[in-house]
Design a protein around this ligand. Structure first.
Ligand code: DLL
Length: 433
């Protein structure tokens, strides 16, 4: 089944003609309504008349996360606040989050693209969807929620946490689909087994999992332990939220990018040049239909490959491979995006800490853990144990309050952490996905 048969199976030339028409419209809009784009295009000496074919868009400058930060919070919105019905946010690289806005039409498009994603996963209105993505500023919860309702399925708005209760509901309400991060799916499996629940005989048959990188091995493990089919969903707040691309149940070989709404390119992160299909590069997205927050050539920092060969499901949409990593240092800890620079800003705001720290990321019982080791100044280190413990608590609390992640903090002796001559290597990621 295909939700939007006409648009998901367009012949390539027709799709590209539609993309070009929409691209011209969005470029006109941003050039005339968002000062940032007018300046960016003028500085790059590109006039809108220069864009005569889809390929000409390569002449347009990239938009980066820093541009969003510099225009915080609403500076890149292309619609007046009176037309904006929803705000979401994700992590910025330092103190301030990245804010995104939606008009009613944007929410509508998003819901339809999520419904498309569910249909690609084989869901119908007869399904019961257990939604364990977080509700709130994170786009996962509400994105999935509106999409499941649009499809007509029954949605259980669980949000994250309360694992025991989640397991009870999985048993009693009999959801047929689960939406959460892959690591949480595995954690649910483990916890359920520990509680003596036969997690393989639940009614669940499909998982729509994403928001963090995961491997084929992890997919196999989730499928085995929950006895489901685990499909990959991709998205990012800046571009919309979940539902930018979705793996179909037939092909299971990459995620279809919803190209009637987004143009995807893959570039060499060092040179910015477009790389040939099939080669690994950084994904760059342009939104074609968003009203409130259109983005032109947005660099995601997510590394993947684009595949244009036809898929057995009949969709003509380009596929992107599983995300293989990032071209920056963003970490995803239990689905929460964290930049080391954000942690650094919190640490530097606390007196007595030295700017030398190490972040150790690991996985315990299928859940991510983050330990921060930070040097303290000589006079603090000679303080009583109690004083040191108080500082550790304060760091943990500040990080939880500002960034939303739980950490274990260990203060270490002055000059005990490794020093670097070149680029500092502050993150030790021990997770095997
Ligand atoms: O994570 C949106 C989302 C919610 C996607 C639920 C899928 C399911 P952000 O919080 O803005 O938005 O984080 C976006 O998460 O740039 C990737 O680095 C990573 N990411 C998202 N989906 C995947 C995936 C949501 N399927 C950032 N595989 C992106 C690997 C993913 N990484």
């Amino acid at each position: 089944m295909i939700y939007n048969e006409e648009f998901e199976t367009l012949p390539r030339e027709v799709l590209e003609a539609l993309q070009f028409k929409r691209l011209k419209q969005v470029l006109e809009r941003v050039y005339h309504t968002v000062g940032f784009y007018k300046r960016a295009f003028d500085n790059a000496a590109v006039s809108l008349d220069d864009i005569k074919t889809l390929d000409d868009m390569r002449r347009l400058p990239f938009t980066k996360k820093e541009d969003l930060r510099e225009n915080y919070p609403f500076g890149l919105f292309a619609a007046p606040m009176s037309n904006i019905v929803r705000l979401h946010a994700s992590s910025g690289t330092t103190g301030k989050p990245t804010v995104v806005g939606y008009t009613q039409k944007d929410i509508d498009t998003w819901s339809r693209l999520m419904a498309r994603s569910f249909v690609a996963a084989g869901l119908t209105k007869n399904d019961i969807v257990h939604n364990a993505y977080g509700y709130g500023l994170f786009t996962g919860g509400l994105g999935v929620h509106y999409g499941a309702e649009r499809l007509g399925a029954s949605v259980i708005p669980m949000s994250g946490g309360s694992t025991k209760k989640q397991i009870l509901i999985l048993q009693d309400f009999g959801p047929t689909a689960i939406c959460c991060t892959p690591s949480y799916a595995l954690y649910l499996a483990e916890q359920g087994e520990e509680m003596g629940v036969d997690m393989k005989s639940l009614k669940l048959r499909v998982g729509i999992l994403g928001a963090e990188p995961w491997s084929d091995t992890m997919k196999d493990e989730i499928e085995e332990r929950l006895n489901i089919r685990a499909l990959n969903i991709y998205g990012l707040s800046e571009i919309m939220g979940p539902g930018v691309a979705m793996e179909c149940k037939e092909g299971r070989n990459g995620l279809h990018v919803f190209e009637d709404h987004f143009i995807v390119e893959s570039i060499d992160p060092a040179t910015g040049e477009v790389v040939p299909d099939g080669e690994e590069g950084e994904l760059v997205f342009t939104t074609l239909t968003k009203e409130a927050f259109p983005l032109i050539r947005y660099r995601t920092k997510d590394m993947s490959r684009l595949m244009r060969e036809p898929c057995s499901c009949g969709r003509s949409l380009t596929r992107m491979d599983r995300i293989s990593g990032r071209s920056d240092d963003m970490l995803i800890i239990r689905g929460v995006n964290v930049f080391p620079s954000q942690i650094e800003s919190v640490l530097l705001g606390i007196e007595g800490l030295e700017p030398h720290y190490e972040l150790i990321v690991d996985r315990e019982d299928a859940l991510d853990t983050l330990e921060i080791r930070v040097e303290v100044s000589e006079n603090i280190f000679s303080d009583e144990v109690r004083a040191l413990q108080n500082i550790e608590k304060r760091i943990s609390k500040d990080i939880k309050d500002y960034l939303g992640v739980t950490t274990k903090v260990k203060l270490v002796q002055p000059k005990s952490l490794e020093r670097f001559e070149g680029k500092a290597q502050r993150v030790i990621d021990k997770r095997t996905l």
